[in-house]
Design a protein around this ligand. Sequence first.
Ligand code: C2O
Ligand code: CU
Ligand code: CU
Length: 431
Amino acid sequence: VDASGVRQFALVAAPGNSSMLAGKTTATWGYNGSQLGPTIRARRGEQVAFTIQNALPEPTSVHWHGMHVPAEFDGGPHQTIEAGATWKPTWTVKQPAATLWYHPHPHGSTEKHVYRGLAGMFIVDDDESDALGLPNSYGVDDFPVIVADRRFTSDGELDDTDPTDVGLLGDTIVTNGIAGAYLSVSTELVRLRLLNGSSGRLYNFGFADDRDFDVIASDGGLLTEPFAAKRIQLSPGERIEIVVAVQSGETTMLRSYPIDRFGGVEQSDAAAYGLTDSFDILELRSAARLVGSLPLPATLATIDAPNSAAAVVNREFVLQWFMINGVRMDMNRIDFTPTVDTTEVWTVHNKDNWPHNFHVHDTQFQILDIDGSPPPPALAGWKDTVYTPPGQRIRLALRFSEYTDPTFPYMYHCHLLLHEDKGMMGQFLVL
Ligand code: C2O
Ligand code: CU
Ligand code: CU
């Protein structure tokens, strides 16, 4: 924090050598290290300022996924940082406590940059969430868990050839950048902030012994109350926070199971898209003596949802054939212009028979219904990315607040990164 109270961060994106696989060295890209990046942490109300240096051999950008941020600092494809150049975004954090993340967003090569290792978490804190007594000591009872899949060549290098229709699928899971990861835990309750950092793979998380865990937060912050679950599904870019109880001296495995909701996908395609796979994700090894944790509170947050009855505009988004509404991304086309501080209702319809999802920059939305039914509890909180199974129609209520810009757009897109790169993306100006 500098003399004027601004929280300063410095990031350098650069190539490096990682130890992802035991006994091998893998050439990767990272922020301030050989892969991934530091966890950024800031409080609601605080001004943050970044100095971001691009030491990669090609242009990149840094996008703040889930953040309410002025469009000129959003870090999308219009904020390219040329090789050797520096970018200095700054804004004031104005949203509830949440698990957000940052990653590159260069037009047409986002999948490559993320696959090589560029991604990090951005945790927002606030007074309300601090007062709840949730596990929140970073690295003690509160852990970032970035899950991604990679394919390696026999000499341990990243294999980025042969994408499937859903993108690069790997047969090796790297959790926080490491294959075969484990975590030593020392408290009765453990909070895991799960991020699907993959290009195209979906996960269905659960524990090998089928124990219940509590789900406390979705993409944009805490839920109204915790709920118990055995499985929780995440598509690329989505986050969920869970709290799991462990016993002293035990070992338990967080796994990913076959996907439940693949709708109209044929079984043979489902296998090709990785939807039937199972993987070990992270082993939790408990200490022989655990430190006590406070019980979870019965209620977590108040959600001040946009009033969809007052929506001024309804928009429709058809996802099909690597396009949205029949067009591909064009850096010079503005698709629409929402009016600041008004509520809109968006209907997203996946007309393909393969998976997509839908992500909107700058805001968090509420899911009104999925094929006419209210969302399940995991999808009832703030979201910025939602899985759209084949054939389904999902209605969202959202508002863009405060920041207007006649020049710089925000993006909406499929977060399967191959799809995004192929043009399943559009842009809007908030006026
Ligand atoms: Cu996570 Cu437009 O991105
Ligand atoms: Cu984003
Ligand atoms: Cu897609």
